[in-house]
Write a protein that binds this ligand. Structure first.
Ligand code: AMP
Length: 116
């Protein structure tokens, strides 16, 4: 939620605002990042509003596992699996989290360099 109690990614998952959605199931939506940092840049976003990874509870364990397995499936569909890709959760301000609704970045399609 931002200061107006409004969440951009809730709006996208509820299809209140348009985005380039490539996958949807009961728990998540996957769409293309509006400002891609790699040839393939997708976001796996849960329909449940959870602000950050720091706000996760034990009850969300299966959801996070589901997000990662969906990322694996989407990466295969996008043909970035053979060469590899990066999955990223930015958590709060030092990591540069801009949208306070958890999202898993899938980045690939070129060598990404090493981050850590
Ligand atoms: P983060 O910095 O981890 O919070 O990442 C937020 C990501 O959301 C950034 O990569 C943005 O480019 C992306 N983003 C912001 N608004 C939209 C939007 N309306 N549709 C798709 N991606 C978006």
């Amino acid at each position: 939620m931002n200061s107006n109690n409004h969440c951009l990614f809730c709006d996208i998952t509820q299809r209140k605002i348009p985005s380039d959605i490539i996958y949807e199931d009961e728990f998540v939506v996957v769409f293309r990042d509006i400002a891609p940092k790699a040839p393939v840049h997708l976001l796996v976003v849960p329909k449940k509003h959870i602000e950050t990874i720091d706000h996760l509870n034990k009850i969300d364990q299966a959801l996070i596992g589901h997000m990662i397995l969906i990322a694996q499936k989407i990466a295969r569909n996008e043909n970035i699996s053979d060469n590899g890709y990066r999955l990223v959760f930015n958590v709060k301000k030092h990591a540069g989290q801009m949208v306070d609704h958890i999202h898993l970045h899938i980045l690939g399609g070129k060598p990404l360099g090493t981050m850590v």
